[in-house]
Design a protein around this ligand. Structure first.
Ligand code: ATP
Ligand code: MG
Length: 647
């Protein structure tokens, strides 16, 4: 390797990080606490491999979010000094989907595949239960069954026992649901991984092909991989054993998606000859923040031993504030932010983190009232909005005429007068609108026939029109703008969102939509909450603790550090779940570089009722010497002349 490139890549790494980068071949485990440069080391390692001449296409770097992959790509390009081919970098789902697409015919699928999100999967499960007869087919029954099946599909047993992992009581629902997916040439999120795994496991030629192509695996946030994900990589990587994983068992926070941090703890046994690197210097936080977060995590029984040090000795005390209610809490946090801004900090330096999405509402209201620019990550579900789902459903039907779930969604959206008789006929044809249109008489089926003609027209247009134009054509022809009613505030917002979708479609090549539609839908389906987060812009970030993984901010507020919220009430009965909640708080605390504020409210209006929560038990584990306490609970606020709200 050119010595200049080498020194550029290794520059700025500490000794341990450098050794971990240079350990290019064979199994490598980098296990370290928060902020110790795990992600940085992995980034430099990918750059180092490419610079050493390893073909980029043989490297796979798996990240927890698309956003993290994008950030890594940017840094790698920087380290490599500009344009170069980059390896595969992205989530497990993206990687597995690329395998599935290439070999889908082996499993009886064709391209383009439809990828069903949660709501589409739910519709399908409802159909599965209805056709099974026994169940009611109500949405809550369907949601329960779907969630049970999803847990199984993400768990260890399915890897070890295959279909036998599905208990008899769920077997019929499972089989029907899976065969419906197959009929519709569709996969749900879980199946993306499971199908790729089954291709690698049951087809030696495909496995050999994957093994000859992918020779280096690097995995960030390894503590949060689940069994099917890891099994897929293990199968491919065992041919070359170049697998480098990076993780922190203290930060495992996705067990509700069957993440299993024992993969990290068992890695050395599973991969003989593993070289292990411990990174102990933290570059992110002050010593006070490190000690406080260590105090919290140290109470967990099931964990490895680690200790971090930093050169940022001392640092500001951790502020623990008790406020009267959730509105006072938000108000108090906004006051602290205003103070920080006066001291010269930027709004973009601040983040408010919370356990549950609903907590964001009061902050949003205050931001709007005070004209404070903000972004919500993890709660603002652009892709789940009705108007976006509607527009996408049209595109999905155009891409995949077998996609009956999307057809069912749009059949009367906007209302086009297709009556119950016609709907029944369409249903009987498996939502094949064109077939149904031929069967229907003009009297009952006039509207359906018109709609079938529109769909045929859209499908034809896709062969010539670029994607943004196609979307505009669809919206105009179906009268979606009028249906949104942009004269009302809500309608205007809907229409704006649809315009944003068209804007996003403009990023795709200017070619007939039929060529880019598959790629567009695929990227849309794999989208995550964090994708739309802006970095480097000067706005306040409001986000859930789960989405904050891997990020850092100079000033962090964690709101609602209360019993019932953090730890969450659902976790209170299980010691393992409490440990996970503790890790979640640990992740939140270790996002902070300089200042950390933890707040709790005495009373809280949540889920439509008032509750009175005690401060979180986790707060007791922070050494008192590190804490500055603020108490503005209900009694003190009554006597506090400044707190006019309560006087
Ligand atoms: P997390 O556990 O939260 O994912 P991490 O271990 O992945 O954290 P990074 O995000 O890679 O840590 O690094 C944390 C911060 O420390 C970043 O701002 C990074 O640039 C900085 N950093 C890491 N290593 C060094 C180093 N050797 N010298 C200077 N800064 C460093
Ligand atoms: Mg990281």
């Amino acid at each position: 390797m050119n010595p200049e490139a080498k020194s550029r890549i290794l520059e700025g790494l500490n000794k341990r990080q450098e050794q971990a980068v240079l350990a290019t071949d064979g199994p490598v485990l980098i296990v370290a606490g928060a902020g110790s440069g795990k992600t940085k080391t992995l980034t430099h390692k990918v750059a180092y491999l490419v610079a050493s001449g390893v073909p980029a296409h043989s490297i796979v770097c798996l990240t927890f979010t698309n956003k993290a992959a994008d950030e890594m790509k940017r840094r790698i390009l920087n380290l490599l000094g500009g344009e170069t081919n980059l390896p595969f970098m992205g989530t497990f789902h993206k990687f597995a989907l690329s395998i599935l697409k290439k070999h889908c015919a082996t499993l009886g699928f064709s391209l383009p595949l439809s990828i069903y999100d949660e709501s589409e999967s739910l519709t399908l499960m409802r159909h599965a239960l209805q056709s099974g007869g026994g169940e009611t087919g109500q949405s809550d029954a369907a949601a329960r069954v779907l969630s049970k099946i999803s847990r199984i599909k993400n768990g260890r047993e399915i890897v070890e026992q295959g279909i036998e992992a599905v208990p008899q009581t769920l077997r019929q629902a499972f089989d029907t649901y899976e065969s419906l997916l197959k009929q519709k040439n569709a996969v749900d999120f879980d199946n993306i991984i499971l199908h790729a795994l089954s291709l690698a496991k049951n087809h030696p030629d495909i496995l050999a092909n994957l093994q000859s192509r992918f020779r280096y695996f690097l995995i960030d946030e390894f503590q949060d991989t689940n069994s099917p994900q890891y099994a897929l990589v293990k199968l491919i990587a065992r041919a070359h054993t170049n697998i480098c994983v990076v993780g922190d068992d203290w930060q495992s926070i996705y067990s509700f998606r069957c993440a299993d941090f024992t993969h990290l703890l068992r890695f050395e046994q599973e991969w003989p000859g593993t070289r292990v690197f411990f990174l102990e210097q933290n570059y992110r936080s002050t010593q006070t923040i490190l000690d406080a977060s260590h105090g919290v995590i140290a109470q967990n029984a099931y964990r490895t031993e680690k200790r971090l040090f930093t050169e940022h000795a001392g640092g500001n005390q951790i502020v623990v504030a008790r406020l009267a209610d959730e509105r006072m809490e938000a108000w108090w946090i906004m006051e602290r932010i205003a103070e920080k801004l006066k001291q010269g900090c930027a709004l973009g330096d601040c983040a408010v983190l919370f356990r549950t999405n609903v907590q964001s509402r009061v902050f949003e209201e205050l931001c709007m009232e005070r004209a404070i620019p903000y972004q919500i990550v993890g709660a603002y579900r652009f892709w789940q909005r009705k108007e976006i789902q509607d527009a996408l459903a049209y595109l999905k039907c155009i891409a995949n005429p077998k996609d009956s779930v999307s057809m069912e969604r749009i059949i009367n959206v906007p209302k086009r007068g297709i009556g119950p008789g016609a709907i029944q006929t369409i249903k009987n044809t498996g939502w094949d609108i064109e077939q149904a249109a031929q069967k229907l008489s003009l009297k009952i089926g006039g509207a359906a026939q018109k709609f079938a003609a529109s769909m045929a027209f859209f499908r034809d247009s896709a062969k010539t029109m670029p994607l943004p134009e196609l979307i505009e054509t669809i919206l105009a022809k179906i009268g979606y703008r009028e249906w949104c009613d942009p004269e009302t505030e809500q309608g205007a917002e809907r229409w704006d969102n649809v315009q944003e979708l068209i804007g996003l479609a403009r990023a795709y090549p200017n070619e007939p939509a039929a060529l880019s539609l598959g790629q567009f839908l695929e990227s849309v389906q794999l989208v995550q909450d964090t994708d739309r987060m802006q970095t480097g812009t000067n706005v306040l970030t409001l986000m859930t603790l789960h989405s904050a993984k891997g990020l850092e901010f100079p000033i962090v507020f964690i709101a609602g550090v209360e019993e019932g919220i953090l730890p969450h009430e659902r976790s209170l009965r299980s010691p393992d779940d409490i440990e996970e909640e503790r890790r979640l708080l640990y992740v939140g605390m270790t996002r902070a570089k300089n200042d950390l504020f933890l707040t709790c409210a005495q009373h809280r209006f949540i889920h439509g009722e008032y509750s009175a929560n005690e401060p979180s038990r986790f707060l007791n584990d922070i050494p008192e010497s590190l804490i500055e306490r603020v108490d503005q609970g209900i009694l003190s606020s009554l006597y506090d002349s400044e707190n006019t709200i309560y006087l």
